[in-house]
Ligand binder design. Structure first.
Ligand code: CP
Length: 315
């Protein structure tokens, strides 16, 4: 039987991935979990490869877990911060990445405020692998994958589950990657939020839309709560944060009429007391820190699969 491989040399989004490709990434991530538990957390899979982490937007979880994943795969790691680079002197994105590639970098991990920036890089670069670490409100594929892995860990499957995504859907790349990935893996997906934070026509992505959170939560196996992204909003989308919390915030009272096994997810960072109460964020139902831990295995899997060439040994 022919072995499944990733068809693209880059990871730009989950929209492009097949069920078999997502399955391959999740299974490979499972095999890397054992490496993460070893006393010496190191395998030689990316020895001799250079990876640059190109972050044009702030990040804690994604940047650090990519760096840990790269180091555990024995890659040479270069961290780039736009504010201390020649971008601050006006250098373009195209010139920046072409100069970085001229230094023989093998992989570029990019987070950028502009949707489509990773796709643009694939046209500027000749040999480097490009991995999207979040582009504007478009996609955050490794977040979508680590969310799928966390759901699969808890339920043993994704197929047939009901996942409800609550919050700022309009500005969320996490929502888009989750919707593509979950639908491809056979979950039923609903989104819920104020009408101003739900993009028109989102039903075409195969999701149900709710504007009343109690109705959305009733059948949920997974409740994925999204951050209110004030930095991408231009005001006027809801009256106040207090009003948002009162109408859509996930609190213990709102969970009373949900399935007892339903889990709470959040990609972080959390606005505590706005989209999620502290009681719920830190409760037994919360798998938020499991998501963060799974981020390392997923990023190791993606880096490994996009760089493995002919050698298939994880070791
Ligand atoms: N989930 C996520 O992307 O978090 P960071 O912005 O901290 O990387």
């Amino acid at each position: 039987m022919e072995q499944v491989q990733l068809r693209s040399p880059h990871l730009l989004g989950l929209e492009e991935l097949t069920r078999e490709e997502i399955q391959l990434i999740l299974d490979t991530a499972d095999s890397f979990k054992e490496v993460i538990e070893r006393p010496i957390r190191k395998v030689p899979a990316l020895r001799g490869k250079s990876v640059v982490n190109l972050f044009f937007e702030p990040s804690t979880r994604t940047r650090i877990s990519f760096e840990i994943a790269e180091k555990q795969l024995s890659a040479d790691v270069i961290n780039f911060s736009a504010s201390t680079s020649s971008v601050a002197k006006g250098e373009t994105l195209r010139d920046t990445v072409r100069n970085i590639e001229a230094m023989k970098v093998d992989v570029v991990v990019i987070r950028h405020a502009a949707a489509g920036a990773p796709q643009f890089l694939t046209r500027c670069l000749t040999h480097s692998v490009v991995i999207n670490a979040g582009d504007g409100a478009h996609e955050h594929p490794t977040q979508g994958l680590l969310d799928l892995l966390t759901i699969r860990d808890r339920f043993g499957r994704v197929d047939g589950l009901r996942v409800v995504i609550v919050g700022d859907i309009a500005h969320s790349r996490v929502a888009r990657s989750n919707i593509w990935g979950l639908r491809t893996m056979g979950a039923s997906v609903a989104v819920c939020g104020p009408p101003t934070l739900i993009p028109p026509g989102i039903e075409t992505m195969g999701v149900e839309v709710f504007y009343r959170v109690e109705d959305a939560l009733r059948e949920a196996d997974v409740i994925n709560v999204l951050r209110i992204q004030l930095e991408r909003q231009h005001g006027g989308l809801f009256p106040t944060l207090r009003e948002y919390a009162r109408t859509f915030g996930i609190t213990p009272e709102r969970l009373i009429h949900t399935k007892p096994h339903a889990i709470i997810m959040h990609p972080g960072p959390i606005n505590r007391g706005v989209e999620l109460s502290t009681d719920v964020a830190d409760s037994e139902r919360s798998v938020i820190l499991d998501q963060v831990t799974n981020g390392i295995a997923i990023r190791m899997a993606v880096l490994y699969l996009l760089n493995r060439g002919g050698d298939d040994d994880v070791e």
